[in-house]
Write a protein that binds this ligand. Structure first.
Ligand code: NAP
Length: 254
């Protein structure tokens, strides 16, 4: 049955940045499909996400840490493994954005955005990929990219560089690990209503310009990413490798 290929009952997942926004919606979607989920938080604790996961009958675990710190991936991976015994699904969702014209962009902002949005994705994927290779059971790694994995943006040089790097890293890891039944893919969300985009939503002119370009005629909601995330986390995507799946209401087609 084709629907059986979307089942992930008993699988163990780790979702970074799961306290709110896209990470929360993805963590809950994975739990709805039967997975146990380790929810990572940094400045916010993912208590609300964990409560909903437990109400669904799945196991939830809280792990915390600043992904700008080099050691955080090792710590949160270690805690997840200690609690769950294994890891089948990694969602590299945590991300940050700092805006400034390129000529004024500070070294500190550049380093912070690259560390959180790209280097930590590599570090965590390396740990999880190594575990999956040793385990021999395959697995799923899902990176959250962006439309700025394809486009340049304005005043967001570090974010664009990092998210373009995430798309390249997705393909690079897929090339190495596909034969070991490890699927590395990414989702590139369009304009989604989250805390990250509040400033854009409130800016009347930018909001109008954005809506005019989206064929679907509306902003996305975090739940609009849930189907794509479950697809990439489940056996339904077993032959998909190194793909960046755009979920944008049609934006990139314009
Ligand atoms: P959000 O609610 O602000 O979520 C960002 C998440 O990243 C938060 O959970 C945050 O954790 C975590 N995070 C930020 N800095 C961190 C750090 N230094 N260490 C560890 N975690 C950190 O916004 P969102 O829109 O859901 O963003 C989720 C992902 O989607 C990001 O990678 C973003 O770039 C990407 N994205 C979003 C959109 C959109 O339209 N919303 C479009 C394209 C791509 P805490 O809250 O616990 O600090």
């Amino acid at each position: 049955m084709i629907l059986d290929r979307f089942r992930i009952e008993g699988k163990k997942a780790l979702v970074t940045g799961a306290a709110a926004g896209l990470g929360q919606a993805i963590a809950i979607a994975l739990a709805e499909a039967g997975a146990d989920v380790a929810c990572h938080g940094n400045t916010r604790t993912p208590d609300a996400t964990c409560e909903q996961i437990e109400e669904l009958g799945s196991r939830a675990l809280t792990v915390t840490g600043d992904l700008a710190e080099r050691d955080t991936p090792r710590l949160i991976f270690g805690e997840t493994l200690a609690a769950f015994g294994t890891l089948d699904i990694l969602v590299n969702n945590a991300g940050t954005i700092r805006r400034a014209p390129a000529v004024e962009y500070s070294e500190e902002d550049w380093t912070h955005v690259l560390e959180v949005n790209l280097s930590s994705v590599f570090r965590l994927s390396q740990l999880v990929g190594r575990h999956m290779l040793e385990h021999g059971q395959g697995g799923k790694i899902i990176n959250i990219a962006s439309l700025l994995s394809f486009q340049g943006g304005i005043n967001v040089a570090a974010y664009t560089a990092a998210k373009s790097g995430v798309a390249g890293l997705t393909r690079a890891l897929a090339n190495e690990w596909a034969r070991h039944r490890i699927n590395v893919n990414a989702i590139a969300p369009g304009y989604i209503r989250t805390d990250n985009t509040v400033a854009l939503q409130r800016d009347e002119t930018r909001n109008r310009q954005i809506l005019e370009r989206i064929p679907a005629g509306r902003w996305g909601d975090p739940v609009d990413l849930a189907g794509a995330a479950l697809f990439l986390a489940s056996p339904a995507s077993d032959y998909l490798h190194g793909h960046v799946l755009v979920v944008d209401g049609g934006w990139m087609g314009r």
